[in-house]
Design a protein around this ligand. Structure first.
Ligand code: GLU
Length: 512
């Protein structure tokens, strides 16, 4: 019988969740949903030194904002509780002991100081120290010491770690779902610590025990874990769990915009984009890091962009909502090479998603910003849903973020108090005064008011004055809006209303 597909996201709560982590969660989630399976959230907090308060809640909030739902795990519970590794401490020891008893792991009594010394000695010889088959017999462990010595140390409760005994001269092979068959020379793999002297397991042991007990079928994780994979394969083998071992998929790195190296928080600071989904305030330093949410990105845009950073649908389609992503997603189309972050493309996704938002919804969201920016009173028609919705329709093609609208479209809410001087000095001729006066009069006589009527009147008035419409068009825009560029001119004229346009023209003419 085929096992039910189960994937997990297993972050360590060491700070805010990096967008690369969000992508790992997203791919694991998409894979589970595509296969009608479960997605778990497990918190890997065995490194007490790196624990950061608030980080776990941040992870939950970030996934929630992205629309990544949790079927089982911290915050929702499930049949495999607890989902926090620090609360599972007791479970891991027996697995470590099983490995010691079968001769595949051993006690290592080396102190931090002794190991540091080894590192220094190696450095002096321009070598790197590795605890493994080449060195272990010269070190302070149960393989190198006599049985009696080991017994004595244990009876005296001398602190020890448990290390995996990597075999010599073996080729360790497994099939990665993204990279295909991968092989490692066991002589290059170190004897990883499985259980630390504080009794806590390391990631290597804990994730295996948990993936097994939580019945995970696919372990989808970052590429940085690939070098440790041979040790993980061996642990499964030595525990007799090879048949239950999940399929591993190692996702490509997220790279800096120039493609040189892993995308880091510092790149975001330097180049002005968020690397975190939500804003984060460091609890110890108070330092605030920007988030996509607070920067005005839609979760749909952020998720869409992340999905495409390292995966392609095999078609030219670029815009996907979550359901479309689930339908299209497959690990076969995840790339092997690192994916370069592209800020312009990220903004483009936001623009695309903004175009898909209902204008009424954007209008509601920008209303308080417009009110603050302009000081217009709440009952003013310019703050009405209808008026704001019409503004949104005009402004949408001109901005990348809806929060830009109040400022970019300020002239839709307030008559200009200044007029673009460059346009005026370049285009203004005194004889135009009679044209604009006549235009104002003609507008006044109009019974109806529409963008077409206003445009028609503009053209015929120009003809009557022997002026080409093109000569006065930009001046007209500047007189009404103050600015050389902006939303479509005649639709704007229609929206502002006849009286407002005439009033603005009068003010402008006094000014020139
Ligand atoms: N705790 C590990 C990390 O944050 C999890 C890796 C995995 O998904 O297995 O990188």
């Amino acid at each position: 019988m085929q096992r039910r597909i189960r994937t997990r996201f297993a972050p360590s709560p060491t700070g805010p969740l990096h967008m690369g982590g969000v992508r790992t969660a997203l791919y694991a989630w998409l894979f589970a949903k595509k296969n009608a399976g479960d997605f778990l959230l497990r918190i890997e907090d065995t490194d007490q030194n790196r624990f950061v308060p608030g980080a776990e809640q941040y992870i939950i909030d970030a996934l929630h904002w992205c629309g990544i739902t949790i079927d089982e795990g911290v915050s929702v519970g499930g049949t495999h509780t607890p989902y926090r590794q620090s609360e599972r401490k007791e479970i891991y020891r027996s697995y470590a002991m099983q490995l010691v008893e079968s001769g595949n792991a051993y006690y290592a009594f080396d102190t931090a100081h002794q190991l540091e010394q080894q590192r220094k000695n190696a450095e002096e010889k321009k070598e790197t120290f590795s605890y493994g088959s080449a060195t272990r017999m010269k070190l302070n462990n149960s393989l190198a010491l006599s049985v009696d010595e080991v017994k004595e140390l244990l009876s005296k409760n001398v602190a020890y770690a448990i290390r995996l005994k990597i075999p010599e001269n073996e080729t360790i092979t497994f099939t990665d779902l993204i990279r295909g068959v991968v092989s490692f020379d066991s002589n290059l793999v170190d004897d990883k610590v499985l259980l630390k002297s504080d009794g806590m397991p390391t990631y290597h042991l804990a994730h295996i025990v948990d993936d097994y007990l939580m019945e995970i079928t696919h372990a989808i994780r970052g590429e940085e874990w690939l070098p440790s994979a041979p040790a993980h394969i061996l642990i499964y083998r030595y525990l007799g769990l090879t048949a239950q071992m999940p399929h591993y998929a190692h996702l490509p790195l997220l790279l800096k915009p120039d493609g040189k190296g892993k995308l880091s928080k510092r790149d975001g600071d330097r180049l002005g984009f968020p690397v975190f989904p939500l804003e984060w305030k460091d609890p110890s330093t108070g330092e605030v890091s920007s988030g996509y949410r607070e920067s005005g990105y839609y979760p749909e845009a952020f998720v869409n962009m992340l999905a495409m950073l390292g995966w392609n649908p095999g078609t030219a389609q670029e815009i996907f909502n979550m359901n479309e992503l689930i339908a299209a997603f497959s690990l076969d189309h995840v790339h092997k090479a690192g994916a370069r972050f592209d800020l312009e493309k990220t903004k483009w996704y936001n623009t695309q998603w903004m175009l898909r938002q209902p204008n009424e919804a954007i209008a509601k969201r920008i209303k308080p910003m417009v009110a603050t920016r302009t000081g217009i009173s709440a009952d003013d028609v310019r703050l009405s849903d209808n008026y704001l919705t019409a503004c949104v329709a005009l402004l949408k093609p001109r901005v990348q973020f809806e929060k830009e609208m109040p400022e970019k479209g300020i002239y839709l809410f307030k008559a200009p108090s200044e007029f673009d001087q460059t346009v005026i000095s370049k285009k203004w001729k005194t004889e135009f005064i009679s044209f604009f006066k006549m235009l104002s009069d003609e507008f006044m006589t109009l019974q109806d008011w529409s963008s077409q009527l206003a445009e028609q009147t503009f053209k015929t008035t120009a003809e009557k004055n022997n002026i080409k419409p093109g000569e006065v068009l930009q001046l007209f825009r500047v007189f009404v809006s103050g600015q050389a560029q902006g939303v479509d001119l005649f639709p704007m004229i229609q929206l502002l209303g006849k009286d407002e346009v005439i009033k603005r023209l009068e003010t402008a003419l006094k000014f020139v």
